[in-house]
Ligand binder design. Structure first.
Ligand code: BGC
Length: 322
């Protein structure tokens, strides 16, 4: 057995997912635990360390058989320095030297990557992007993440923060974003923004079958908005269609900037399948130029929530020279 097994960790605001990947990149053992983000940085790192121990045990490996651990974490960061600059969904995560601290805790080399970069790389090596040379992926969850693979390589940009697609400004002076900008794409087209926009419209007096839920402060999400739209709720239908239009607008701009072969839609919102894909494609077709045959294919991700773990493990192995 060679030391090229790797663990991939996908650190999210709600869950931490971890998996052991075999030397040929197959995900073998996986676990998901609550992040307990309110416990702060040290608590979350401690949970990640326990997760690694549990995975090593599940896989009946010893740590010496692991090349290292790849961690996909949200927020702007320095991959090179291994520091998370700011993770909006993880309270207290400001300038955290994750690579150094976590590596000391687990006694293994650690590679830090943006969560969406890791997921995009996962889809590239083992999912929707297996047959292509370039892709851009949008992860549509609590926020919107993005990852860019060009000519087979993850494109991190000079400052390691290329692909922050959720923060492309979509509406001038639009909705406030925790990042400090206004009008970011993720304030309109993330899974959480879909529900928020419906709530705001109802509170502003628009009618909807979801009104009672909104006024009772009941928890609901993008799935309820889509279900209401499909059951004939005009407001929900408008919000859903606008969401698809905002995404299509982003893809038009990405097409002109990067000219990728494929655009992959991933994350919670993509569970809507054709109800997301088809209107996004239709708006893209309507909004985008026709003067050159350079439109990317737009497709759904295929690895679901495994993409981040597979990508983080693959990037760890590559980053550590295995
Ligand atoms: C962050 C990204 C992250 C995405 C999904 C965004 O708000 O800026 O770095 O990839 O959320 O977690």
């Amino acid at each position: 057995m060679t030391a090229s097994y790797a663990v991939g960790i996908d650190l999210g605001g709600t869950n931490i997912k971890g998996g052991v990947c075999t030397p040929d990149g197959q995900l073998r053992f996986r676990r998901s635990i609550d992040t307990q983000a309110a416990g702060g940085v040290a608590h979350v790192l401690g949970r990640m360390a326990e997760l690694v121990d549990d995975l090593v045990r599940d896989a009946q490996l010893t740590k010496t058989e692991l090349a290292g651990v790849g961690v996909g974490a949200p927020g702007p960061m320095s991959h090179a320095a291994g520091v998370v600059h700011n993770a909006p969904n993880l309270p207290g995560w400001v300038n955290v030297p994750l690579r150094e601290q976590f590596s000391a805790m687990i006694g293994l080399p650690v590679v830090l990557e943006n969560d969406a970069n890791a997921a995009a790389f996962g889809e590239y090596v083992a999912g929707a992007g297996r047959e292509v040379h370039s892709l851009v992926m949008l992860t549509l969850g609590t926020g919107i993440g993005g990852g860019i693979v060009l000519a087979g390589k993850l494109w991190r940009g000079h400052f390691d923060n290329a692909g922050e697609i959720g923060h492309l400004v979509t509406v001038p002076d639009g909705r406030a974003c925790p990042c400090g900008q206004r009008g970011c794409l993720e304030r309109y087209a993330s899974a959480s923004a879909v529900a928020e926009r419906l709530c705001e419209a109802v509170r502003a007096g628009e009618s909807s079958t979801l009104k009672a839920k909104v006024l009772a402060n009941e928890a609901f999400d993008a799935r309820h908005v889509l279900a209401a739209a499909d059951a004939g709720d005009a407001l929900a239908a408008r919000i859903w269609d606008e969401t698809c239009q905002y995404l299509a607008l982003g893809i038009v701009n990405l097409r002109h900037l990067l000219n990728p072969e494929l655009v992959v839609l991933a994350g919670g919102l993509s569970n809507a399948g054709p109800r997301l894909l088809e209107p996004v494609k239709a708006h893209f077709e309507r909004l985008s130029w026709k003067i050159a045959p350079d439109a990317p294919r737009i497709a759904l991700a295929t690895l679901g929530e495994n993409a981040g773990m597979i990508g983080a493990a693959a990037l760890a192995r590559a980053g550590l020279g295995f």
